[in-house]
Design a protein around this ligand. Structure first.
Ligand SMILES: [Ca+2]
Ligand SMILES: [Ca+2]
Ligand SMILES: [Ca+2]
Length: 441
């Protein structure tokens, strides 16, 4: 009768010790070759491209973690970027020093051949938006005149598999809209037309058909990204008549064909969003009183929101994701353009498979810890489910205790798969998480 209390107290102690494990800071900082805003970003394979806000394109290669520079055929701000197959495109925009004309220029970089070429939009415009689906880039809306109010409903579509350009039209002309893609569907949402727009134009690349939906609140200069089956539209400015920003988040789930809403931790507009893994990240912006460093993160694996910060408060920054890294670059601060690039990357937590109690040893205590985590009411869950997944089948269940006991005590039984005995990350991707593991560096 004395064994059980002792066993439970040692489980509690070990659980307390394992909670000392650490979650590493996912943020680091790099820099563009110079400060700029009203640029755009897109990624192909391991390369992230930050072009415009001038004529410079800063190219980040995530495999070497190095930067190189390319040049657009003309300097432009308020342009759009998208990818098509192996190609990245920068389209439209305008440059005030070049006079009051809007550009129809498209710069196309082919990552497979390392060649830049140019093309033309069917109509010059700035403050348009770019999107990518399948082998296609789409450039939608925008303003075609500088200095007077104008809006366009044109969508230029480039298919990299044929090299052919075609056009379509939005259901309502507007600029300062956003776009994001889920599967075969591209969503063009909100914007400023003849009034603030709540329109969502949806292009389905599998059918070539267009349809419409509505945001719960009309707004422009919002931010959009997608994660899993969800398209997410956040914040923005609801009216040109007031400086109040929106905290509304509209979420469309393509799996259930339903719209829901959520709320940003701080109302803001003119910000940016991108996604890495299960996390949709909304960063920076302006409250119209001040620049914001706030980051709202939606984790689709847990359906929860959390907050964080970028290293510098700024608006008009841009973002893209490459190889599990989300990069947030440039923008405007109260004192001018920013060159800051905030990089968000979850480091895979090192662990030893089978060491479910995180004491650095692989022994009977782990089988006991695994069984108590699974079956003792009130016992703490593992902080590193990957360590508990002794058979590395992507699930944490009783078969892991059986496998672990067999490998410990039955001669000839298969050993626990890597990483074991050395620390490492999970070589086989699965839905299990390892939030904390204290006995590996
Ligand atoms: Ca152990
Ligand atoms: Ca398992
Ligand atoms: Ca695994």
């Amino acid at each position: 009768m004395r064994l059980l209390p002792r066993l439970l107290s040692s489980i509690v102690l070990l659980a307390a010790l394992s909670s000392l494990g650490h979650a590493q800071d996912p943020w680091s900082v790099s820099a563009l070759s110079g400060p700029r805003f009203a640029l755009q970003a897109a990624s192909v394979d391991s390369q992230a491209f930050f072009g415009g806000g001038g004529s410079t394109v800063d190219v980040y290669d995530s495999t070497t973690e190095t930067w190189t520079i390319a040049t657009l055929s003309s300097p432009r701000q308020y342009l759009a970027a998208a990818t098509a197959g192996n190609q990245v495109l920068f389209a439209g925009g305008f440059w005030s020093a070049a006079g009051p004309s809007v550009s129809n220029q498209v710069d196309i970089y082919d990552t497979a051949t390392d060649v830049w070429s140019t093309a033309s939009l069917s109509e010059p415009r700035s403050a348009l938006v770019g999107a990518s689906v399948g082998s296609k880039s789409l450039f939608a809306g925008g303003a075609n005149v500088v200095g007077a109010f104008s809006v366009s409903d044109v969508v230029d579509i480039y298919d990299s598999s044929t090299g052919i350009w075609s056009t379509a039209t939005l259901s309502a002309p507007r600029k300062q809209l956003v776009a994001t893609t889920v599967g075969s569907k591209v969503f063009f949402a909100g914007g400023l037309g003849f009034g603030t727009s709540n329109v969502v134009d949806i292009y389905d690349d599998s059918t070539g058909l267009w349809s419409t939906a509505s945001l719960s609140q009309a707004r422009f200069d919002l931010a959009a990204t997608s994660v899993g089956t969800k398209a997410i539209f956040a914040g923005g400015r609801p009216s040109t008549a007031t400086s109040t920003m929106s905290s509304v988040v509209d979420i469309y789930d393509t799996a259930t064909d339903t719209w829901t809403t959520s709320t940003l931790s701080e109302p803001r507009g003119y910000f940016t969003a991108t996604t890495v893994g299960s996390e949709a990240i909304f960063a920076g912006g302006t409250t119209d009183v001040a620049g914001s460093a706030v980051v709202d993160i939606y984790d689709s694996s847990t359906d929860t929101w959390s907050t964080d910060t970028v290293s510098e408060a700024r608006w008009g920054l841009v973002s893209t994701s490459v190889d599990g890294k989300a990069l947030f670059a440039g923008g405007l601060t109260a004192t001018g353009g920013s060159a800051v690039v905030d990089i968000f990357e979850r480091q895979p937590m090192g662990f030893r498979r089978g060491d479910s109690n995180d004491d650095g040893l692989f022994d009977l205590g782990d089988a006991i810890h695994t069984l108590s985590a699974l079956f003792v009411p009130g016992a703490d869950p593992l902080t590193c489910n990957d360590a508990g997944d002794a058979n590395d089948d992507g699930e944490f269940d009783v078969s892991d205790a059986v496998y672990l006991l067999a490998s410990l005590f039955i001669p000839g039984a298969p050993p626990v798969p890597s990483p074991q005995p050395a620390c490492g990350s999970d070589p086989t991707d699965d839905v299990l998480t390892c939030d904390s593991y204290g006995t590996c560096p």
